[in-house]
Design a protein around this ligand. Structure first.
Ligand SMILES: [Zn+2]
Length: 124
């Protein structure tokens, strides 16, 4: 678990500036992918093959994605897709992290709004 920063000490202006900065740090949202990249080395089953003596075939790359409790799906990847997939997964985590931080700031801004004193009546 990450320790959340104490936002209550920042001014409203500082919170808004920080929020704007976080928006700018968001990766391109079309280029995100949730999942894990896995590398596997396999044996083919032929007793005469080098893989039977420990020199396995591979790497074979997989993308695995958890869809729900106990439900995962996966697909194999072409070698030339691996770099892109790695980047997209990284983008996903960065986007999520920044969206969490923006959410925290917005909660704090809502709290300040609520606590704003009611406008006073002007002098008679
Ligand atoms: Zn083999």
């Amino acid at each position: 678990m990450k320790v959340r920063e104490d936002l209550s000490r920042l001014s409203i202006l500082a919170l808004r500036n920080r929020r704007q900065g976080l928006v700018k740090l968001l990766p391109p949202l079309a280029e995100v992918l949730r999942g894990s990249l896995m590398e596997r080395y396999l044996t083919c089953g032929h007793p005469e093959c080098k893989c039977a003596r420990g020199e396995r075939h591979g790497p074979v790359w997989y993308l695995t994605v958890t869809l729900g409790p106990g439900r995962t799906t996966g697909t194999t990847l072409a070698v030339d897709q691996v770099e892109k997939v790695r980047l997209w997964i990284d983008n996903y985590h960065r986007a999520k992290e920044n969206l969490e931080k923006i959410s925290d700031i917005n909660r704090e801004l809502l709290r300040r709004e609520r606590k704003k004193p009611k406008p006073e009546h002007g002098p008679a």
